[in-house]
Design a binder for this molecule. Sequence first.
Ligand SMILES: Cc1ncc(COP(=O)(O)O)c(C=O)c1O
Length: 504
Amino acid sequence: LDVARRTGFGLALPSRDPHAPAYRWLYSALRAAILQGQLRPGTRLPSTRDLAAQYRLSRGTVVAAFAQLTAEGYVDGTVGSGTHVRAVLPDALLQVDARATPRAVAHRPRHGLSRYGTRVQPFPPLEPRPSRAFRPNVPALDQFPMAVWAQLASRRLRRASTRALLSGDTRGYPPLRAAVADYLATSRGVTCHPDQVMIVAGVQEALDLVARLVLDPGDRVCIEDPGYRGAAQLFEAIGARVIAVPVDGDGVELAPSLLRGARLIYVTPAHQYPLGVAMSLPRRLELLEWARRAGALVFEDDYDSEYRYSGRPIPALQGLDRTGQVVFAGSFSKVLFPALRLGYLVLPGDLIDRFAAARSLTSRYVPLLEQTVLCDFILEGHFGRHLRRMRQLYAERLAVLMECARHQLSGLLELSTIEAGLQTIGWLPRGIPGEAVAEAARARDVEVIPLRRFYRGRMPRDGLQLGFAAVHAREIRRGVNDLAHATERLRTQYRGAARRAVRR
Ligand SMILES: Cc1ncc(COP(=O)(O)O)c(C=O)c1O
């Protein structure tokens, strides 16, 4: 272990006390670094020459400090292989200072926080475990053409100019913006000029920018109920009043009493998250008309709409908008891979500069290399090919799920006939709580999410969210089998309990 070779960083010691002799200061600083675990056993210390140059000391001073540390048993030195922290420090030394490992970080807030700082809550990350039945919200990552991506990335790196190392465009790499505008016009019916496109770090960043630019604390913002919790959490953190609006078979219900005074409404029209309902045309027109009259913005989260298995593709709400009420957002998280952290916004013309200004004060722009690789991936046809392959694979997996469910889950879980996306909903018989089924399924290594988790208000019917895209056909069959057993047992239990309650 070599501090410099391992990390490429110099050794940072606390600043020097100008009154202490140089030798004494260096000896104490290195000793403290060893005892506190900053320099771990086995680590190679920088050379006396490098340390002398870094801290402007004479070489003799450094040699003397090293000699003292060697004599006391903190370090070993052999000519030629350098000086290392001793692999085993004598107990007596460790007792000098019990903090041999870095101190645990205190998590309880001690510092004064803003209201945002106290309100903001962590959003759970995707779990880095192999996919099993029926993990939702993940694509089939083992199918991603990584060899192609690696080739494109290394070509970009080899050819990177100094300009590319200097800076990027706040709104994103211009050729990528043009490629995204083209793709959205063709496949999503979005009408936009590349100037309206902004490359963002996923839909989540798009939501954050919109929220900060149009909402003040106390402002009303409408969300779908059930809906995507990441949006609700974000709006709540900035202090907005979040109004949950029920969803029916046509999409979000436009109840005037709920929409009154709202500045923003967040919707997933292509296929509602998590129910999968597509917003009907009359509802879309009504929503745009409301937004126009109210002077409100509509945030269209087009998340996951690329995978349509049947029915006609449903063009974006943005394409119907004539008055600039819609902010359209989409993501590469589900079509490529979530850790890419790239997505896009299509903005009404009057908001472009505001968004660019906000971005220039935060992350400035998303990393350029990833944008250029993605741009090549799209322009050279790999994106379209990957989409087509995945659409076919997911359609097959969905068909396996529906087929197995018909045989084994009939009367236990009624699967929704969804037309798009990576997951579906299974409806439970009345009286069996989704949480209990999810718990029993977990014991059999099956992952399903109780629908309750997506609701803020009344839940008309209980069910489960089931993902199929990332799950191999064999695992889908295994999962259906185990889920059927778990649900059947619960149904017997709950029926027995209901009968006993009636008799009493
Ligand atoms: C409905 C919905 N919208 C947006 C997001 C956020 O996506 P991104 O990874 O692009 O930030 C998620 C993430 O799971 C989601 O479920």
